[in-house]
Design a protein around this ligand. Sequence first.
Ligand SMILES: [Zn+2]
Ligand SMILES: [Zn+2]
Length: 320
Amino acid sequence: MKRTPIYVIILVVACVASTILAMKLNTMQHSFCPEKKDLSGSPIAGFHKFASDVKWMRLVNYLGSLNTVDESNVKQVAERLEELMKLDPNLEKIYKDGALIMSIADPDKTIEFLTTACNNQYLKNNWQIPFYAGYVMMHNAKPANYEKAAEFFEMSMKRSGSDTGASYVVSSFFRAKAKDMVQKDKSLKGDEKLALLKVLYGEWENNQKMGAEGSYRNDGANTQNLNDRLIKALKDVKVASEDYKPTSDGKKYADMVISKVFDKAHICSNCTAPYDAGEKYCSSCGTSLPVWGLCKNQACKKPLKNGNAPFCIHCGAKQK
Ligand SMILES: [Zn+2]
Ligand SMILES: [Zn+2]
């Protein structure tokens, strides 16, 4: 019991020493990373992190007590989210989960939150946040702003590179561009399939001009990827389906695209199915095809292996 004062002294000294150390460390951290000091308004021993986690838990509980987020309570939800953002503006889940909770009840406010997060330097590698912003802009906002949605998707594409999420992001980007085109170009008469083909062909032309290096989109929408998308879009424009009747404008445009993009790819001009050397009719739709890949020997003229082998497998003639 006699030693108690010594413990107290040690305790006090330890506290003082750790405070001095923490202050020194803080100064050093700031010299390494000057942005750190505006990370939060209250950087007291990391408690703002803890406080925002607690607030998050309380928000989740509050949300659990609501049947649904609608006009009657969306204002309160937004206020709670805003409080959280002030406390910890870099907490990704506020935007990723929290903002989506209210995207149906208040899409404009949601987009406002997500835009703030998009501009947050600490979250600049997060591709989901701009993707959500684009998604809400496209599906929930009234009226939908497809041009703005495409901008968000583009931002997401630039951030996501070629990971698994990217393909879906790229699809959304092209779809938003097509919807935007339909809205602005009345001559399309609402033909979204033709608009998508035009958007993809525009992208292809752009890639040709800029070269493989020039286009950042080669990350997510590389040439093979883009060609696959084009083939699908061509098919959509050319082949009738339950809810779509091909138009003469669309067919003409599709033929132009086939001649420019797929001049050496040998795809059926009617249904875009690929075909092999020597085939005279499309195996998918029966359309007559320009035959390719035949032996140069006039007496033989049989199809070459793969359509381009250096020697004929039927007569042995050398091909040039
Ligand atoms: Zn065909
Ligand atoms: Zn031959």
